[in-house]
Ligand binder design. Structure first.
Ligand SMILES: Nc1ncnc2c1ncn2[C@@H]1O[C@H](COP(=O)(O)OP(=O)(O)OP(=O)(O)O)[C@@H](O)[C@H]1O
Ligand SMILES: [Mn+2]
Length: 401
């Protein structure tokens, strides 16, 4: 299911197809079947729909939720001091205060299987500043994955990743939710959003403009350097080594620098493991996934490890991940990542560059507040097993907010 929150007036409004509320719900023969309640659109590809008319349980749940929206709005009409403090503290944390002489060590100590950054992270501003200014002492082709990236080593021995900017910030990406290359600034927004939501599982990420000529090429491995070339007009370009890496899809500097995102590498003591996401797309237009076809799919998932253990928070963590991905508009979490050999590990939120809306920088306090409310919803609507999940429609307003 693909869910969007784009009323034209909202700060989340962005450049995807804009749908007219007046067409809802409709079943137009060529386009999408669109559901609307309040200001939420839930869109499903029409082709899927024709084949599987029954599959609307998620939409019904959403509809049930939106009956509570007016009450939630009323309660949060004015900013609470809790949220004002929360945002102020987050802001203070990301200010450079020169409280640590060893930012890499500080960040390494912070990282735990259920929290990569503490709620109150004195020195975070110093780590972020170090990421965006520390000299790059080595650069190599990306480690794995399909997209162009540069593995870098920063002075002081810290590993990191450089993901280049592909699009102007207001570029429209048409197609499926997983279409297009990554948005470098999506990774940065995702990092701050994760802290705001109390789900700090995104590795630290900052923006940085690098000089390919002066900062990357001189320290590049031979393999990486071999993919550099000059365009007419003096722009330096490269395309790296990866599944989608090709000279035709290279990135170029503007004559001086290339903008991108630097993402901190997680410490060695937190090795990662990738697991298939039970609610992944099939990535084939004509093939439905089991979760799209089978009304009892969730029950089936609950019979398998790690979901069959009352001690495992995994399903709740995946739900929080779903809320998070909804907010950053990421439809590409085909696998999820956890820390190996840590059964209680939360989901490590890597690879957040898909489709993060450009307008996230225009957030207002109002918007932030609604995010915090949304983030808490999954815990309320889906209480931990074994207590039987309540029907969202049965919840009182007090329970929801
Ligand atoms: N900050 C990090 N710390 C540790 N490991 C990382 C980090 N970022 C990425 N990795 C490892 O590298 C892999 C690929 O990274 P990423 O998902 O960002 O690249 P990608 O090319 O977009 O991958 P994909 O094509 O699978 O979407 C991750 O699955 C993870 O194992
Ligand atoms: Mn990716």
């Amino acid at each position: 299911m693909m869910v969007r929150v784009p009323p034209a007036s909202s700060p989340l409004h962005h450049h995807h197809r804009t749908l007219s509320p007046s067409t809802v719900p409709s079943n137009d023969p060529v386009g999408n079947k669109v559901y609307l309640q309040g200001e939420v659109y839930a869109i499903r590809d029409s082709e899927y729909h024709r084949r599987n008319q029954r599959n609307c349980s998620g939409l019904q749940m959403l509809n049930a939720l939106y009956t509570h929206l007016p009450a939630v709005r009323a309660q949060y009409k004015s900013p609470s001091s809790y949220l004002t403090d929360l945002v102020n503290n987050l802001k203070r944390d990301i200010t450079r205060r020169r409280v640590t002489g060893d930012p890499w060590d500080l960040a390494r100590k912070w990282a735990k299987p259920r929290s990569l950054v503490p709620d109150s992270a004195r020195g975070l501003g110093d780590v972020l500043a170090a990421l965006s200014t520390a000299p790059i002492i080595a650069a190599d082709v990306g480690y794995k994955g399909t997209q162009l990236k540069v593995a870098i080593m920063l002075k002081g021995g810290q590993k990191a990743v450089f993901k280049p900017k592909w699009y102007p910030r207001d570029e429209v990406i048409e197609g499926e939710v997983y279409a297009g290359a990554d948005r470098h600034n999506g990774e940065i927004a995702a990092f701050h959003l994760s802290r705001l939501l109390g789900f700090p599982m995104v590795p630290l990420a900052v923006g940085r403009s690098v000089s390919l000529k002066r900062q990357i090429l001189p320290v590049a491995s031979r393999k990486l350097a071999a993919t550099f070339f000059l365009r007419r007009g003096g722009r330096l370009c490269f395309y790296g080594v990866c599944y989608y890496c090709h000279k035709d899809s290279s990135v170029c500097d503007n004559g001086r620098t290339l903008e991108g995102t630097i993402i901190l590498w997680l410490p060695q003591r937190l090795p990662l493991m990738h697991l298939p996401h039970p609610w992944a797309h099939t990535y084939k237009r004509t093939k439905l996934a089991q979760w799209e076809e089978n009304e009892n799919y969730c029950e089936r998932v609950l019979h398998h490890p790690p979901f069959n253990s009352d001690k495992s928070p995994r399903l709740l963590d995946l739900m929080d991940t779903a809320v998070f991905d909804f907010l950053i508009q990421n439809g590409d979490r085909h696998h999820y990542t956890v820390v190996s050999d840590e059964p209680s590990s939360s989901v490590v939120l890597l690879d957040n560059g898909k489709r993060c809306p450009e307008s996230i920088k225009n957030q207002t306090v109002l918007f932030l507040r609604s995010l915090v409310i949304t983030a808490n919803l999954s815990r309320v609507i889906f209480p931990p097993r074994p207590s039987p999940p309540k029907n969202a429609a049965d919840l009182t307003n007090e329970e929801l907010v």
